[in-house]
Design a protein around this ligand. Structure first.
Ligand code: LLP
Length: 432
């Protein structure tokens, strides 16, 4: 009935998340409201960690891709669960370090890292810098020499794989702004350049083939291509790469049409490909890193809104206007992403309507979704959008000077604010 395992209906007919009544949450914290189920996040972390340990004999690390949601509490959870983190800016690194996240388990990505960011990473002994291009390599080497440190790096490689997902979130194919292409030999040449660079230690290679991928084949193919690459590097330079980061991208269930692969069913075949390839080449299986973002936290979240208006346009559509929108969830506007929705205070009723859920921005494209099946909703009802834990808060904005909602976490039947609701003062804090 629900897309996420932590959702249910109680005796009042209200939607619950992690056993907590969503209407109680609305009464206590207001709307719009992001709610995250900490217990489910922890469960997902444990599943990934168990699986990687099993298939790589403890020779692997799960890194949470924190672009999916970056705030202090999420780094605390990941630290506690023994994960590493993937960061893409000084802001993400800073937030992670601010809660004492171990620097050596932080990976720093990005296709255009500023000098300030590279310097910050070196000074704070960030574990790995994933180098995207030769200009970056040169700047990093110069900075490392100046600071008298050695940078441990990985090379971001484009394995040239089409992962059949939305164009905007596909990053592994050759026409991509990220990384060095294998097909054109650019990636091999890059490895040779690294070997000649001062104060740079080439540890391994990284790839990320896309996001919201719902089958295993592209991951298996990527693993194969990456081992070929590592073998080529070994044969053309003096370097044996000891680490392989295969990125993230594991899909989740947004609607009943999505059928994601279980972690275990991903880890097993990919590890088989890797181990076989390595033994064929006579090389040791590298230390394996994966970087799930969405799959760790997406299903753990929902967003709750209050309906302000219902507008029926005969023979065209019915708009249900809510008190948030593209400012807290821009994914429909950006990717036409689909979501499952329900009226949280009528969760035990049939979904009889098909509606368009609209946000409150001064913009026609400000929609949460079209053709959404929903219980009959009127002004004052509470709408829940499911599986919004990833890429919602982290992609939110203040367009129209709309305040960002708070994040509340539920755990063991209790709730707690982990990110406060923005205030009007917050909005003008940098205005002069
Ligand atoms: N590692 C790297 C290098 C990445 O670029 C990404 C995502 C991940 C890991 C995590 O991917 P995940 O497991 O979350 O799929 N804003 C888009 C998603 C962009 C993903 C970008 N990179 C969305 O809302 O769907």
């Amino acid at each position: 009935m629900f897309v996420s395992e932590n959702l249910s209906v109680n005796e009042k007919g209200n939607l619950t998340i992690g056993g907590v009544d969503t209407i109680d949450l609305v009464n206590q914290y207001g709307t719009p409201l992001y709610v995250l189920d900490k217990d489910l996040i922890r469960k997902n972390c444990k599943k990934f960690v168990k699986s990687i340990n099993k298939h790589y004999d403890g020779n692997g690390l799960v890194c949470y891709a924190s672009k999916a949601l970056s705030c202090k509490e999420i780094y605390r959870i990941m630290k506690d669960e023994g994960l590493g983190v993937d960061t893409v800016s000084i802001g993400e690194m800073y937030t992670a370090l601010s809660v004492g996240f171990p620097a050596e388990k932080i990976y720093f990505h990005g296709n255009n890292k500023a000098d300030e960011e590279l310097k910050f990473a070196l000074e704070n002994k960030i574990g790995r810098i994933v180098v995207d291009n030769l200009q970056e390599l040169k700047r990093l080497s110069e900075l490392a020499v100046k600071l008298g440190v050695v940078a441990s790096i990985m090379l971001r490689v484009k394995p040239g794989i089409d992962a059949h997902t939305h164009d905007f979130i596909r990053t592994g194919q050759i026409d991509s702004k990220f990384g060095f292409a294998i097909e054109t030999n650019e990636a091999l040449e890059a490895a040779k350049c690294v070997v000649d660079s001062k104060n740079i230690n080439l540890v391994g290679a990284h790839c990320h083939i896309g996001s919201q991928i719902l089958d295993v084949d592209p991951f298996m193919l990527a693993a194969e291509v990456m081992i070929d690459y590592i073998n080529d590097v070994k044969n053309s330079t003096s370097v044996t790469m000891s680490e392989l980061n295969l990125g993230g991208g594991f899909g989740i269930k947004y609607t009943s049409n999505d059928d994601p692969v279980d972690y275990e069913n991903y880890m097993e075949p990919v590890s088989e490909v890797l181990n076989k390839k390595c033994s064929d080449y006579g090389i040791k299986t590298p230390f394996i890193v994966i970087e799930p973002g969405r799959s760790l936290i997406g299903p753990a979240g929902i967003t709750l809104y209050k309906v302000g208006a219902r507008k029926e346009i005969p023979n065209i559509r019915t708009y249900i206007s809510v008190d948030g929108g593209m400012t807290d969830n821009p994914r429909y506007a950006l990717y036409k992403s689909k979501y499952d929705a329900l009226v949280a205070n009528k969760a035990n009723l049939e979904k009889t309507d098909v509606v368009t859920i609209a946000g409150k921005c001064c913009e026609s494209g400000d929609l949460i979704g079209e053709n959404i099946k929903l219980q009959h909703a009127e002004a004052g009802d509470i709408i829940a959008i499911c599986a919004t834990g990833a890429y919602n808060y982290s992609m939110s904005s203040n367009y129209n000077r709309i305040l960002k909602p708070p994040i509340v976490m539920v755990s063991g039947g209790k709730s707690r604010v982990v990110v406060k609701r923005e205030t009007l003062k917050d909005l003008v804090r940098n205005d002069i």
